[in-house]
Ligand binder design. Structure first.
Ligand SMILES: Nc1ncnc2c1ncn2[C@@H]1O[C@H](COP(=O)(O)OP(=O)(O)O)[C@@H](O)[C@H]1O
Ligand SMILES: [Mg+2]
Length: 254
């Protein structure tokens, strides 16, 4: 995509004190699109998302967003700049109602009228927020809770929605609803950056795909370029290792 980057990672090196997990990550996120990061377990995907939301501070490198470097900013400052992350584990308050949980999403906003207007919009986007408004969040299924988490994060009207493995623990039917909901959020104008283990399904709806391997970007391209790359397909998208070595040797002969 020939757009100017919306989020730009430049040489990001980060870890937790015991050596670097991210070893110089460069890629960019285009405005208005869905960018999906795939890669094996432990390759640093969650760590990368945490550098965006300010939970992990890179040792080196820069992350540019709206003309500012996010490195060194607090999670709260980053939230105020319009980046909201939905964490990997379920994060609703189980004893509070669905509606209360969603309203909490607007905690940076004081104006009750603004909050009410946003809630109205969210209700029309997410029927479950209206239908189950007075039910305790803990009474919903895992997939329903995931949708309410999405609804809650939209209450801040973020410019960038960051999702870490949103399909985790969902059954196939709920999975489809969840992916359709990501597409709907994107159609509604939110730029999305997500990490997914269900790489095939996620890349299909993504404009841009990034393969992270051992803390480095192995491949970056359009969603379909990554999907159709034979080596990547074989290694990470459910192909066989035989296909991978076949693809690698064909490449060697070319
Ligand atoms: N809080 C932490 N403290 C120390 N090491 C961590 C922490 N979180 C993750 N790691 C390590 O960083 C590496 C990358 O983890 P992670 O970013 O969670 O990978 P992924 O999301 O791709 O599975 C792993 O080796 C993991 O053990
Ligand atoms: Mg992870």
């Amino acid at each position: 995509m020939p757009e100017t980057p919306f989020v730009d990672f430049k040489g990001v090196v980060a870890g937790y004190g015991g050596g670097d997990v991210l070893k110089g990550v460069d890629f960019s996120v285009a405005q208005g699109g869905v960018t999906c990061i795939v890669g094996p377990n432990g390759s640093g995907k969650s760590t990368l998302l945490k550098t965006v939301s300010g939970l992990v501070k890179p040792r080196l490198g820069e992350i540019w967003f709206k003309g500012q470097n996010l490195v060194g900013k607090s999670p709260r400052e980053i939230l105020k700049m319009g980046i909201v992350q939905v964490p990997q584990n379920h994060s609703l308050f189980r004893e509070m109602t669905v509606e209360q949980n969603v309203e909490l999403g607007a905690f940076l906003e004081r104006d009750r009228k603004v909050i009410a207007a946003r809630l109205e919009r969210i209700r029309s986007m997410f029927p479950i927020v209206a239908e189950r408004a007075k039910d305790k969040a803990g009474a919903l299924s895992g997939g329903q809770q995931r949708l309410v988490e999405f609804a809650r994060c939209l209450m801040l009207e973020p410019d960038l929605v960051v999702l870490d493995e949103p399909s985790m623990g969902l059954d196939p039917k709920t999975l489809r609803v969840m992916f359709a909901t990501i597409k709907m959020m994107n159609d509604a104008g939110r730029t999305v950056l997500l990490v997914e283990q269900n790489a095939r399904q996620a890349l299909k709806l993504s404009h841009h795909g990034v393969v992270l391997e051992n803390g480095r970007v192995r491949l970056s391209g359009t969603g379909s370029e990554v999907l159709n790359n034979p080596e990547i397909g074989a290694l990470y998208l459910g192909g066989s290792l035989e296909e991978a070595s076949h693809a690698a040797s064909e490449k060697g002969q070319a």
